[in-house]
Design a protein around this ligand. Structure first.
Ligand SMILES: [Fe+2]
Length: 333
């Protein structure tokens, strides 16, 4: 069912590390991420704002770039361990006919832009400037005081094909989602917890969400409370709830440009070699959430496009159990 994983990949991706988004109004987005999630501004100018979570020592995990249209994702970033990994990665992508080019990126070391076979825009670096961690600077805590970027979820028309590509790069599945023999969701990791990159079937590539951890489950509610107080109550799109896959508590919010960000509490450890992926059946309602109601249709269908990349629909149209369908199907008491 799952592609074979290369446990000795040609280059060493260590973790998901930073995401670059376009936003229409930098001040409005800055306020959302500092006051609701509680991220710290590392550096900013009139066009770009670099933010990080409170326990992050590296310069940025979220880069907001001003663009009149906003609402697009420029890149999802991964770290590699050694400088040499970047050179191997460059050749790896080029040898497969995939885009790869060196770019200058402020506040980080040598940087490689590349695309996976679905067209997802990727960015790799081995180093970044560092700053002091802020996790015990309690006077700086705001909102949910989110701690660190953890993972991305992308939508892609062929989950298996993309899972195969990332499996060859050493990504392992913690859990996966199937309908019959069809792979609909691959929850993949490099850093030894449940996720660095989730791939789910849908028109793509598009960025479905990126996720920050919080220290305690009550911080998930704090994110909602601050969103409500600051006029972003409608941005609380799904949850709070508890996931099936991964089993963590979560809430999803939409930022002022419609980018979806998840705040969640913790992941279990997956580093040991004998750990087998957990399979979930997409037709079971409890797969998407352990309790509560299904997600709204827009949670399944809406996502941030990558700049200049046209999404491709999946071969089979998706028919998830949305809240709208659930309520229509529900027999009257
Ligand atoms: Fe997530």
């Amino acid at each position: 069912m799952l592609p074979a994983v290369n446990l000795r990949p040609e280059f060493n991706i260590t973790r998901s590390s930073h995401v670059r988004l376009t936003v229409a109004d930098l001040a409005v987005s800055r306020r959302f991420y500092t006051e609701v999630l509680g991220l710290v501004v590392t550096e900013e100018d009139g066009n770009t704002c670099y933010l990080r979570g409170l326990q992050e020592a590296c310069h940025h995990s979220l880069v907001l770039e001003r663009d009149p249209d906003g609402g697009t994702c420029k890149r999802i970033g991964f770290r590699v361990f050694f400088e040499e990994d970047l050179d191997v990665a460059y050749r790896y992508f080029r040898d497969r006919g995939l885009p790869a080019e060196w770019v200058e990126a402020p506040h980080q070391g040598r940087t490689l832009h590349a695309s996976d076979p679905a067209g997802t825009l990727l960015e790799f670096c081995a180093t970044m400037e560092t700053r002091p961690r802020m996790h015990i600077q309690f006077e700086a805590f705001k909102g949910a005081h989110a701690q660190r970027l953890d993972h991305y979820q992308i939508l892609a028309p062929d989950t298996y094909a993309l899972c195969e590509f990332y499996s060859a790069l050493g990504f392992r599945n913690s859990e996966y989602l199937t309908h019959g023999d069809t792979l609909l969701g691959a929850f993949m990791y490099r850093k030894g917890t449940c996720l660095d990159l989730a791939i789910v079937t849908g028109a793509g590539p598009r960025l479905h969400h990126f996720a920050y951890t919080v220290s305690e489950s009550r911080d998930i509610f704090t994110a909602c409370d601050f969103a409500g107080n600051l006029g972003y109550g409608d941005s609380v799109e799904r949850g709070p709830g508890r996931h099936g896959p991964g089993g963590m508590l979560f809430v999803y919010l939409r930022d002022p440009d419609g980018h979806r960000v998840e705040v969640f509490n913790s992941h279990y450890q997956t580093i040991d070699i004998e750990i087998e992926p957990v399979r979930w059946d997409a037709s079971s309602l409890s797969t998407n959430a352990r309790w509560g109601l299904p997600a709204l249709e827009k949670w399944y269908l809406e996502a941030s496009p990558f700049v200049g990349v046209n999404p491709v629909p999946p071969a089979e149209p998706q028919n998830p159990m949305t809240l709208e369908r659930f309520l229509l199907d529900k027999p009257a008491d």
